[in-house]
Design a protein around this ligand. Structure first.
Ligand SMILES: CCCCCCCCCCCCC[C@H](O)CC(=O)SCCNC(=O)CCNC(=O)[C@H](O)C(C)(C)COP(=O)(O)OP(=O)(O)OC[C@H]1O[C@@H](n2cnc3c(N)ncnc32)[C@H](O)[C@@H]1OP(=O)(O)O
Ligand code: NAD
Length: 310
């Protein structure tokens, strides 16, 4: 195992020689998919990044290039020419495509990072299951849906599981590896090994709502939003409180904007439907209003806060 790590600024990457997964297809070129493609390419793997939109793919390639540049600046502080080579080589390992079926044909692992909607994910996984070779592992990066339910449409249930990354993927060091009811031990081990190979610390989770992190994070963000909605404190003060009083790098409302208020709403609505008696998951009128107005957070330039458009 070759390991190079810069601790302190939340960055790590490593290349494992034992990892058998060489060709990775990532479906969804948004916030998460582009980050997952980046860390796999950084680790020396061949990546195909797929999205329904070629505009999204062009935007993803641009942001991956910029984010690789940030990584290179740290890894090759005193050797900028090596940094440029690192960026060019990693970018060179990422192909883009718009047809998920075609892009699955040479994959050892497919990671899905499309919209948080069960029907859309089912449609995609049916297609991937029939197009991908028999050995290919299929995984979902879902934040809140059940891995068993997503995988219910595939025949290879032993080769299906969850790989839950955190945003921003190149910086956040955790990967939750989710074992479904029928995930085989070999698949689980391959997912853990691959997670390590792309520089993450892996934890094992059962297929329970929110796994570990989101089971704790969702109620926390919801309560912050309710506090703000009631007018108990300003958004800024709530965020300052949690940064300075609890040591979090971002306040809960900043984090909600960063993740995307649409994603927040998908999660909350889904859990409310599933657990209608749980007061922590009750709808939040202010969240619904902001989403209805298209104020989705950082990505649209406005959410709870306003942002400069890039
Ligand atoms: C609204 C109410 C509704 C309620 C409904 C329910 C809500 C549910 C919400 C749950 C959603 C779950 C989503 C998902 O499933 C799980 C998640 O992903 S949760 C999110 C986890 N992430 C975090 O908690 C992020 C916390 N923030 C941080 O760690 C930092 O703020 C930051 C993002 C790293 C940014 O750090 P800053 O210091 O502020 O800013 P810098 O820009 O200086 O960055 C620091 C350092 O990192 C490098 N860097 C940043 N981004 C990238 C990148 N994309 N790629 C590479 N490198 C990056 C940057 O270069 C800096 O390095 P330096 O220059 O200092 O060397
Ligand atoms: N945003 C976060 O912080 C975060 C963190 C962890 C996990 N997740 C999960 O990751 C997934 C993606 O989230 P995101 O924030 O990257 O979303 P996003 O909206 O940024 O990106 C989703 C992308 O998927 C594409 N897409 C939709 N349907 C598709 C299809 N059938 N085939 C190919 N591409 C398709 C869209 O065009 C879009 O570019 C969701 O399941 C979400 O819950 C999100």
């Amino acid at each position: 195992m070759i390991n190079f790590r810069i601790i302190g600024r939340q960055f790590s990457t490593s290349i494992s020689k034992q990892n058998a997964i060489k060709n990775v297809t990532v479906i969804g070129g948004g916030l998460m998919g582009s980050g997952i493609a980046q860390v796999a390419a950084q680790a020396g793997q061949s990546v195909t990044l797929v999205d329904v939109s070629s505009d999204v793919l062009a935007k993803s390639q641009k942001s991956i290039g910029a984010n690789l540049g940030r990584v290179a600046k740290k890894l090759y502080k005193d050797k900028p020419e090596d940094g440029e080579k690192f960026v060019a080589e990693a970018l060179g390992r990422i192909k883009t495509a718009t047809d998920p079926g075609e892009a699955s044909k040479s994959a050892d692992l497919i990671v899905e990072a499309i919209v948080e909607n069960m029907d859309v994910k089912h449609k995609l996984f049916k297609q991937l299951d029939s197009a991908a070779p028999a050995h290919t592992i299929l995984a979902s990066n879902t934040s809140s849906l059940s891995i068993n339910e997503i995988g219910s449409v595939v025949k290879r249930k032993d080769k299906f599981g969850g790989l839950h990354f955190f945003n921003p993927v190149p910086v956040m060091r955790l990967l939750e590896v989710v074992k479904g009811a029928e995930t085989s031990e070999d698949t689980y081990k391959s997912m853990m090994e691959w997670g390590k190979a792309v520089g993450k610390t892996c934890i094992t989770c059962k297929d329970t709502p929110g796994f570990v992190v989101n089971r704790l994070l969702v109620p926390y963000i919801c309560e912050a939003m309710r506090l703000y909605e009631r007018g108990d404190a300003s958004a800024r003060d709530i965020d300052i409180a949690m940064k300075l009083g609890a040591g979090y790098p971002m306040g809960p409302l900043e984090l909600a904007d960063y993740v995307g208020l649409d994603t927040n709403k998908f999660i909350l609505d889904g859990w409310h439907k599933k657990f209608p008696d749980q007061p922590l998951f009750k709808p939040i009128p202010l969240l619904n209003k902001l989403v209805a107005e298209g104020k989705l957070g950082v990505k649209t330039g406005e959410g709870i806060y306003k942002y400069d458009k890039k």
